[in-house]
Design a protein around this ligand. Structure first.
Ligand SMILES: O=C(O)CCC(=O)C(=O)O
Ligand SMILES: [Fe+2]
Length: 314
């Protein structure tokens, strides 16, 4: 008698299972740290109702942590569709900034206008607003601080990045930087601990380019944070960098003081497309932006650089 083999389709590309924390939920801080220190950089955690001691320890030690597919396989294509819809609205209305945050438009692999970065995404997509303010993200919010809130209209709001490796792309990559220095520019205060929450809609293997991070550099001195590498112009791989591998729907938390960059995809055209979204959690006094808000000076500097890059190509 033959039995029909039930097997995964050959093309299934599933991530390694997340750590089973069922027996580890009550670890002492010391035990959690000892265990986290021994875990590989490729480790994936499951997002629960609350961040566990092990997850917290892993983040404290390494400066980043990956949560397995927090968005479902239905939500990921919907998110991509919402991004396209926002792009269509912005391009057809000729909008160049939203609440003072510039919209960066390059060219896609077909030579058409292509939104490469927008801020305030969840203000422009009700679906995204409902998703990011849903209870699923409560544990992440509480990790930032009991008093933290999503800054949907603050700072740059929810940011969407789209990287593509094509002749007219303004952003095939992003040079070495820390996000905490940006906070220095916002507040003129030496940056303290800050956490950045990323959503990753694409499958990105280390060999596809993508996010690279220097583990532990969030513990650097202020001088190292300012001068370890020339901000945004340095792109060279670092021997200690880690490639953050993602499956569609993954959520990452990284310490804004850790050095990181985005590596250009070795692919070209649409195959090289990578999206990332960043959700700002804020604890400072409420400071919403509106139609009259002016761009931050560092965004204006980038703006000048990008328009020059566009002109030079013409
Ligand atoms: O695309 C990414 O994952 C990183 C983006 C980033 O580092 C930034 O926008 O500051
Ligand atoms: Fe960054």
């Amino acid at each position: 008698m033959s039995t029909a083999a039930v097997s995964e389709p050959v093309s299934a590309d599933l991530p390694p299972p997340a750590v089973d924390e069922s027996t580890l939920l009550d670890l002492s801080d010391a035990d959690a740290r000892a265990r986290a220190a021994k875990m590989p950089y490729s480790v994936r955690f499951k997002l629960r109702d609350a961040i566990t001691p092990l997850q917290k320890a892993y983040l404290d030690i390494h400066g980043f942590v990956v949560f397995d597919r927090v968005l479902t396989s239905e939500e990921v294509p919907r998110l991509i569709a919402e991004i396209k819809e926002v792009e269509t609205k912005l391009l057809s209305s000729g909008t160049t900034s939203v609440f003072g945050v510039p919209v960066w438009v390059g060219e896609d692999p077909d030579g058409k206008p292509f939104m490469q970065r927008t801020g305030m995404f969840s203000v422009q997509s009700e679906w995204a607003h409902d998703l990011f303010t849903s209870s699923r993200f409560e544990a992440v919010r509480a990790l930032i601080g009991e008093d933290a809130r999503i800054g949907e209209r603050e700072k740059d709001g929810v940011v969407v990045n789209r990287y593509v490796n094509a002749p007219g792309s303004l952003r095939p990559n992003l040079g070495w930087h820390t996000d905490a220095m940006r906070d220095l520019f916002y507040n003129w205060k030496v940056p303290g601990p800050m956490l950045n929450v990323g959503i990753h809609p694409d499958r990105v293997r280390p060999e596809d380019g993508g996010l690279r991070l220097l583990p532990g550099t969030h513990h650097d001195s202020f001088l190292m944070m300012a001068f370890r590498k020339p901000y945004f112009v340095a792109h060279k791989p670092d021997k200690n960098e880690v490639a953050v591998e993602t499956w569609p729907g993954d959520l990452t938390v990284h310490d804004g003081r850790a050095w990181h960059r985005v590596q250009t995809s070795p692919h070209t055209g649409w195959k090289s497309l990578r999206h990332s979204l960043y959700i700002p959690y804020v604890r400072d006094a409420y400071a919403p932006k509106d139609e009259n808000s002016k761009p931050m000076w560092y965004l204006r500097v980038f703006d000048v650089y990008l328009s020059a890059k566009k002109k030079l190509r013409k």
